[in-house]
Design a protein around this ligand. Sequence first.
Ligand code: SAH
Length: 396
Amino acid sequence: MQQQYKRLILLPQKDKSVLRKHPWIFSGALQKTSIQLEEGEIVEVFSSKSEFLCVGFWQDASIAVKVLSFEKEKIDYKFILERVQQAVSYRKSLGFFNNPNSNIFRLINAEGDFMPSLIADYYNGLVVLQFHSVGMLKLKNEIVEALKESLGEDCKAIFSKSSSTLPKHVADCDGFLYGELNPEWYAMENGLSFKIDYSQGQKTGFFIDQRVNRELVKTLSNQRNVLNAFSYTGGFSLAAIQGGANKVLSLDISKRAVELCEENVRKNFADNTTHQALAVDVLEYLDNVKKGEFDLIILDPPAFAKHNRNLNQALKGYRQINQKAMEKIAKGGFLFTFSCSQAVSREDFGTMLFSCAAITNRRIRIVQRLPHAMDHPQSIFHPEGEYLKGFLLQVE
Ligand code: SAH
């Protein structure tokens, strides 16, 4: 095949991770070049022995190339359509499209669907796209067409929500790329209706990676007093109410999140009197919680470490909240605790929990290591894709 794209060459001995199909190439692995490249431009990467390795897009960052294919192929509409169709048929085969009780799921999970830097979340016919690199953004039109073609009637509209995930110099406004919907958009998760704030909310509007963990909260909530810390729009709180909790307290620092949480509770449980939501800082509030007041606590904070360099600071934050929760939780209580920082490994997180448990001096057991759901597959060659780490602990 003819040369399609500009070539980048790796330094000697730097091809191991690409040969193992890791989808990122770091700038330090590349030979210096005088070739002028545009941000996001498609490039071919070769070994120092001139062997073809992969096609990807280039970026002026420490991850210099994100790999789209390990085959020598053209990155065109046909290529994108194939990838999108694969992502859609995987979810179809798991029954995600035919479940009126749960019509919120991840449609494209970046590297986990072999489309680095692209997230597509599905909300009852609305697809919200989040581009994390200019290279993927350049393929926007192909992606939109491919989604329309693959989803047909299942796609009512496509919205891009990428202003916070793209570099500032890329002026890409958030907005509809196809169709248009009412700003009041609702979708279902585990039989509960949620308002999806797709234009102003966090991420793509909802934290859809916790669906299976919310189901588990539901099964353990009966007759319990539940504290949902970092509650956002109340995903876990509604699951706890649904599961028959005695009382549920939702805490979030964002007033808007608290309002949405209350709205979601009202919409699903009109007569509910057991739920309360407060706009407070969890780190401060936990000091006021009485020991034994709650026997099910959920800690699902934002990513404390956005980069490796913040790892220590992040672990300190996780330690602070987990230690307090372990101290305060009632005897026999369940603690759901999560980290969504990519830089914090499951091992780091487990070690931090171990040291909190040791300091607290209570008998603590690991009941389950909590997973991502099946709509968030991760490439086996890309361990960094496992960003959400969770543990269900029981405290005596
Ligand atoms: N558990 C939620 C997602 C949590 S996202 C769900 O299931 O949908 C993290 C949330 O933490 C955000 O809503 C953010 O507003 C909130 N937050 C960040 N720092 C906080 C703090 N110090 N105290 C309370 N809430 C905080």
